[in-house]
Design a protein around this ligand. Structure first.
Ligand SMILES: C[S@@+](CC[C@H](N)C(=O)[O-])C[C@H]1O[C@@H](n2cnc3c(N)ncnc32)[C@H](O)[C@@H]1O
Length: 217
């Protein structure tokens, strides 16, 4: 069973190779997708990046307010701190955020939504820490007809590379998190039910990746 401790351990262990691997599996597109996600935002104030990892989203953020990144993994955050000196990073859980009500104008989430164990608690926390009219931007993998194919590729032809770079436990975790990705329709439904209005959706890589902008109602 995947727990927060598993998530924390897996990402801490891969933190040094994470950026290299992410570039590899996204064919070098992750940088562009993160910039395009940020371009969807119009809010200028304080920004929170949840599951910030090695801090790439905040590094690319042009907002004039605070840039705050949180993550379960202190090793991922160590990399983030090396990259972005003007950002503030802290170890914290997305489902129980250590911030006051209405602290942020925007919240971003790149490749994190499918890793959250309790998405409803997370969305309630986002609603609490966002100002009214604040924006939530997501970048993630869409579960659709090609997902079983990718799972197959990871379980068979890509497996030797995965095992070589990450080892068996972590590779299994990545497959698990891919299998747990929601369809775009499911994501939209959860957001709407938790008090957000989906304002824009863009698809990349034949719809396998989505960028989504939602506003706090
Ligand atoms: C796939 S990485 C994405 C990192 C970064 N956002 C990016 O786009 O490269 C997922 C990150 O989410 C973090 N994470 C997962 N569940 C979390 C939670 N409940 N609270 C905070 N961070 C979490 C992990 O530790 C990991 O660093």
């Amino acid at each position: 069973m995947v727990t927060k401790k598993t998530v924390e351990e897996v990402f801490s262990k891969v933190s040094r190779k994470y950026d290299f691997f992410l570039n590899l599996v996204t064919f070098g597109k992750i940088d562009l997708w993160q910039r395009e996600m940020l371009d969807m935002l119009s809010c200028e104030g304080n920004r929170l990046d949840v599951g910030t990892g090695t801090g790439e989203v905040l590094l690319k953020s042009q907002n004039r307010g605070l840039k705050v990144g949180m993550d379960l993994s202190k090793d991922m955050l160590r990399r983030a701190r090396e990259k972005c000196k003007v950002c503030r990073f802290l170890v914290a859980d997305a489902e129980n955020m250590p911030f006051k009500k209405s602290s942020f104008s925007s919240v971003t989430l790149s490749l994190v939504f499918r890793h959250l164990l309790d998405r409803r608690s997370f969305l309630r926390e986002v609603k609490r820490v966002l100002k009214e009219g604040g924006e939530l931007a997501l970048l993630d993998i869409n579960r659709f007809s090609l997902t079983p194919l990718l799972v197959f590729l990871m379980k068979f032809p890509l497996k030797p590379f995965g095992l070589l770079i990450f080892g068996s436990e972590k590779w299994s975790f990545f497959i698990h998190s891919l299998e747990n990705a929601l369809s775009l329709e499911e994501v939209k439904r959860e957001l709407t039910e938790e008090g957000f209005e989906v304002a824009e959706v863009q698809k990349r890589l034949f719809g396998f990746v989505y960028l989504l902008l939602a506003k706090r109602r």
